[in-house]
Design a binder for this molecule. Structure first.
Ligand SMILES: Nc1ncnc2c1ncn2[C@@H]1O[C@H](COP(=O)(O)OP(=O)(O)OP(=O)(O)O)[C@@H](O)[C@H]1O
Length: 354
């Protein structure tokens, strides 16, 4: 028989949180507990400065659950809050500094967003980042797509980032782009369930505890939709603007409109829209076909009064390049597809945001 949620919580409640002296369940640090056919996953949400002190607690929690009958595997991760937690007996949290802040050393932040998943937002983000690097800009890429981090694969980066002092994280680098991705902190085959407060903690950690160095621009690859990550980013960081990626299909456009609306409510300028998978060019014969329609994003951009930054074709080379770890801007810099991305990069530089 598979283990029950109650049994897992009972085992975890025997472990003491050394900081609050209550058990880790009562202390509220056990989050995102999921059980699936004996596979147990949970996260300990802790103060970032206590990571090394809490590691034995994490190990003890993992071992306690592993010892339960019916448990097949256990994944126990730690995620950090950027700020101190109030002691549990206090109901009010100490207020934190309000309003968007600059990330030290980072001149500009550009968010790449889409209303719908799978429209090519990550592909666009990787290519814009590599194109800006090719223009000589100092570029960072923050992969905040917690539901499907794909930037390590697209930029050909693997391995875990180092943290020499246990507090800050050293990002990795390829194709002139400094990358930090939530995908580099989790195992590639491991699904991570992120809940609201954890998402906010993880995003703030990636913005503030990563040693980005001096950057002209940080590109943020957002998850699709209008959720906690988008809200946290625009509330906590000074974002220069958002680029909205959509396919020409009506359904994708509807979602893109919601995204634009959200950014406007958060006072984040819309830098423009990109129509991806605009037209299909056959790699054999060069025949052009409008698989998802064509021109829908241009019409929408005109209606909303935002610039259309590019129409990127659906082209096999773009996918192969992304899957192969060298975006098309790097692998085939002279191709028309790469040139379309270079044009977007130059437009962003001309606007003074990159
Ligand atoms: N213009 C294009 N031509 C060919 N393939 C493309 C193009 N744009 C994206 N793709 C491919 O489509 C797939 C989805 O793209 P991508 O991961 O960039 O989308 P996404 O919007 O970031 O998705 P998600 O929201 O799920 O993270 C990838 O395999 C990518 O290589």
């Amino acid at each position: 028989m598979s283990v029950t949620r109650e049994a897992v919580l009972a085992a975890l409640s025997k472990i003491e949180d050394p900081f609050t002296k209550s058990d880790i369940v009562a202390a509220g640090i056990v989050r995102a507990l999921t059980l699936e056919e004996g596979k147990v996953r949970f996260v300990l949400e802790i103060d970032g400065s206590r990571a090394s002190a809490m590691e034995p607690v994490r190990a003890e929690a993992q071992a306690a659950v592993e010892a339960l009958p019916g448990v097949v595997s256990v994944s126990a991760l730690m995620t950090a809050h950027a700020q101190q937690k109030a002691p549990p007996e206090l109901t009010a949290r100490r207020s934190e500094p309000q309003g968007p802040q600059k990330i030290p050393g980072v001149n500009h932040i550009i968010a790449i967003a889409s209303g719908k998943g799978g429209v090519g937002k990550s592909t666009v983000a990787a290519n814009i980042a590599a194109a800006l690097a090719a223009e000589g800009r100092r570029v960072g890429l923050l992969d905040a797509d917690v539901y499907g981090p794909s930037q390590p694969r697209m930029l050909g980066i693997s391995g875990r980032p180092a943290s020499p002092d246990g507090k800050t994280i050293l990002p990795l680098r390829n194709h002139g782009v400094t990358l930090m991705s939530i995908g580099l902190l989790t195992r590639e085959d491991e699904a991570v369930v992120w809940r609201g407060p954890m998402l906010m903690g993880a995003l703030q950690q990636m913005m503030n505890q990563v040693q980005w160095g001096a950057l002209d621009v940080l590109i943020v690859d957002l998850p699709p939709g209008t959720g906690d990550v988008q809200m946290t980013l625009t509330q906590k960081a000074h974002v220069d603007g958002a680029v909205i990626v959509s396919t020409p299909q009506d359904v994708a456009l509807l979602d893109a409109r919601k995204g634009i609306d959200m950014f406007r409510k958060m006072n984040t300028p819309i830098l423009g829209m990109i129509e991806n998978m605009s037209t299909h060019i056959c790699s054999n014969c060069g025949h052009e076909e409008h698989v998802f329609g064509h021109g829908g994003v241009q019409a929408e951009a005109a209606k909303l009064g935002v610039p259309l930054l590019a129409e990127i074709p659906l082209h096999l080379d773009i996918r192969l390049a992304g899957d192969g770890g060298a975006p098309i801007v790097v692998s085939k810099p002279d191709s028309p597809q790469a040139q379309a991305f270079r044009k977007v990069a130059r437009a962003l530089m001309d606007k003074g945001v990159a």
